[in-house]
Design a binder for this molecule. Structure first.
Ligand code: TXA
Ligand code: MG
Length: 345
C-alpha cells in the first residue's frame, strides 16, 4: 500500500529485488524516498546531491540551518564523508554499528553544504534495519535522511505515520513495519576535544562511556536552550515532537498524579500512563508500557502522541518516565513535546 503522485508502488516488509532496484533508481536520479530504519522512518536522498537534499527541507518544512544525518551500510563509506576517523570513533562504530548511534566528525569536501547546513562537521550513522541497509546498497550512495515527519511533529514509527505526513510530497514510501526502537538515534559529537552527547537515543550514556571513558552531556539534553545561545546541535533549539494537544508532565507518585488531575481536569483532557494505571486514573488514558519497561516506552511514545492528535485531545497529562538508560531518550522527547512544562506532584 503506498502512494505517490504519479505511480503506485507496493513496497512491503519483504522488499523484493525489483522494488529495491526501482527505489535505488529514484534515489540516484535525485528523488526522495521515505525508508524504514530501526529507530524511526527517515526521508532519504542521495547525500552527494545538494539539489536532491534541498527537496527534503521543502517536503518537511524543515529550517535550513538544521543539518542532516548521512546513512551508510559499510564502514568503507565513512572514509569518504569525513576528514579523519579518530580511534575513539572507530571503537564506537565497532561496538554499536550497525545500530541506533550517530557519530559527528569533521566533514570532508564530498559533503554538500545542504547536508551539513554550513557546519564544518557531518553526522553519520549505519542503520541496522535490513531494508534500510538494502536500500543504501541499491542506491549505491550514502543517503542523507532526517526523520520523515513534518517538521515539529512526532517522528513516524510506522508506515501509516509516514504516509500521513509525506503522502503526495515525495516519490515513494517503503513499508518496513513498526520501528523497533521507536525514538531517534543517539547523537554523539567526536569533533571536539571531549566527546559530547547531543541527543540521547537507543544507545545509552552508559554504553557510550563504556567505550569512550569520558562523556560530556550537553545541557540541551535536559534543559531548554537559553534565548540567544548557540545550539551545539541545531535541532535542539526547535520545538519538537509536539502533538496538537498541550502536553503536561506530572512527576511523582500515581497518588499525586490522580490528586492533581482530579483537582485540575477539564473536558478534552486525557492521560498518558503506564500499563495498569488506566484502571485508577479517572479520565480517558493511553498506556505506553510498564513503568519499569523503558524499551517499550520508547517503542510506543510517538504512536501515542500521534493517537492523541487523531482523537482531538486538548491536554495530555503524562506520567513522568524514569530517565535512566533508554529512559533518558524518552524523557528528552517528552519534555520537548511538553515545551518543558513539568510539574512535581
Ligand atoms: O534515528 C535517527 O537518527 C533518524 C533516522 C532516520 O536515522 N534520523 C533523525 O534525523 O532523527 P533528524 O534530522 O530528525 O535529527 C538529526 C539531529 C538533529 O537534531 C540535527 O540538528 C543533529 O542531528 N545534527 C545533524 N548533523 C549535525 C551536526 N553536524 N552537528 C550537530 N548536530 C547535528
Ligand atoms: Mg527529526
Amino acid at each position: 500500500m503506498f502512494d505517490l503522485n504519479t505511480e503506485k508502488y507496493d513496497f512491503r516488509y519483504e522488499t523484493d529485488e525489483k522494488q529495491l532496484e526501482r527505489v535505488g533508481e529514484i534515489l540516484r536520479n535525485g528523488g526522495l524516498v521515505a525508508i524504514p530504519t530501526e529507530t524511526v522512518y527517515g526521508l532519504a536522498a542521495n547525500a552527494f546531491d545538494g539539489e536532491a537534499v534541498k527537496k527534503i527541507f521543502a517536503a518537511k518544512g524543515r529550517p535550513q540551518d538544521n543539518p542532516l544525518i548521512v546513512h551508510i551500510n559499510a564502514l568503507s563509506q565513512w572514509n569518504e564523508l569525513v576528514s579523519d576517523i579518530p580511534e575513539n570513533a572507530r571503537r564506537l562504530a565497532e561496538a554499536y554499528w550497525p545500530g541506533p548511534l550517530t557519530v559527528i566528525l569533521k566533514k570532508s569536501d564530498a559533503i554538500p553544504d545542504e547536508v551539513s547546513a554550513g557546519l564544518d562537521t557531518v553526522a553519520v550513522r549505519m542503520p541496522s534495519h535490513k531494508t534500510a541497509a538494502e536500500i543504501i546498497g541499491a542506491a549505491g550512495v550514502p543517503l542523507a535522511a532526517p526523520s520523515a515527519n513534518i517538521s515539529g511533529k512526532p517522528s513516524p514509527t510506522t508506515f501509516a505515520h509516514t504516509v500521513n505526513d509525506m503522502d503526495g510530497k515525495i516519490d515513494a514510501i517503503v513499508d518496513g513495519g513498526e520501528c523497533d526502537v521507536g525514538v531517534e538515534s543517539t547523537v554523539v559529537s567526536l569533533a571536539g576535544d571531549v566527546p559530547v552527547l547531543l541527543r540521547p537515543g537507543g544507545i545509552t550514556p552508559e554504553q557510550l562511556t563504556d567505550v569512550l571513558g569520558e562523556l560530556e552531556i550537553n545541557d540541551a539534553v535536559y534543559n531548554k536552550l537559553a534565548e540567544g545561545t548557540a545550539a551545539a546541535s541545531p535541532g535542539m533549539k526547535y520545538m519538537h515532537y509536539s502533538p496538537d494537544a498541550q502536553v503536561i508532565i506530572l512527576r511523582g507518585s500515581i497518588e499525586g498524579f490522580c490528586r492533581y488531575i482530579n483537582e485540575n481536569r477539564c473536558d478534552g483532557d486525557e492521560a498518558l500512563c503506564f500499563d495498569g494505571e488506566e484502571k485508577i486514573i479517572n479520565m480517558p488514558c493511553l498506556c505506553y508500557g510498564k513503568r519499569e519497561d523503558l524499551l517499550t516506552q520508547a517503542h510506543k511514545l510517538f504512536d501515542a502522541l500521534r493517537e492523541f492528535d487523531r482523537r482531538g485531545t486538548k491536554r495530555v497529562f503524562v506520567r513522568c518516565p524514569d530517565s535512566s538508560g533508554v529512559g533518558l531518550a524518552v524523557f528528552n522527547r517528552l519534555i520537548r513535546a511538553a515545551a518543558f512544562n513539568l510539574i512535581d506532584v
